[in-house]
Design a protein around this ligand. Sequence first.
Ligand code: SF4
Length: 353
Amino acid sequence: MKAKTRQIRVGNVPVGGDAPCAVQSMCNTDTRDAGATLDQIGALAAAGCEIVRCAVPDMAAAEALGAIKRQSPIPVIADIHFDYKLALKVLEGGIDGLRLNPGNIGERWKVEEVVAAARERLVPIRIGVNAGSLEKELLQKYGHPTAEAMVESALGHVRILEELGYDQIKISLKASDVPKTVAAYRLLAQRVDYPLHIGITEAGTTFSGTIKSAVGLGILLADGIGDTMRVSLTGDPVDEVRVGFEILKALNLRQKGINLVSCPTCGRCQINLIGVAEEVEKRLSCIDAHLTVAVMGCVVNGPGEAREADVGIAGGRGEGLLFRNGEIVRKVPEADMADALIAEVEKILAEKH
Ligand code: SF4
């Protein structure tokens, strides 16, 4: 069961409480290039991304973010380090959320100005602790960026906001090491009821990063921890969104698009099942409705899985049996399997509408 956290809002997206875990990503375009950034936000939103973050390295980026925010179809969070003026500028531009660590902003009056401007607009602040940039004192105290050190760092930043009476807070504690990240979030979840943004940072390329993220975020989500999530991949951010939803779907926490059930094939398989499964997955990737589609190699497990799916195919020798809602529709020659499955899915979608 999901841990009970307070609810905040990032733009129109509720975060925490009983809201489902929202899928985030981050643009890797130059924020100063508003056109390129908006193009990428459009692609992310089309893939289902619910909140997007953009880096704000300088004042030109902060200024561009105002125009980006106004045209973005999803809420935009500004990622800011050190410079309070950048935070004030993006708040003025109508940003939906800040990612900023108040302890890194410098003098107290600067933090007070940022918090006052955020409070005026009810803009939440995400405290984002990263194992790679922990405070020197904590590294001296703990020797390494341990889970305890990360939690202490986060609580230090939280205290600053609490002292200023600001509770529109979200927290993340990211490390590239999966067990350490999991341990840190578990510790933090016992200490606070603010919503938590989860992620494995610097997780690697699409292949290894997907696996690390699935393991780390999977453990946390199964523990009930996680109000928003980002899968960090060295690759196309659109893949971060796709992987994020697959993780949530695998745990039955969200439903989106096709749930593909396909067997790994073995010596019993007498059709090109891998090709059919890949084609079906690709051609149905743009569908938002939640449907289970089974692509199975033979009569051992094929009919059982195909029957349980909304649409399924169980392979035979050069042909397959097409199922819909548990009933056999007809035999289909191997060459027509993908088309037949997709045609059946399209029929279901047409009937639903
Ligand atoms: Fe092998 Fe048939 Fe199982 Fe596929 S369904 S893995 S072909 S036994």
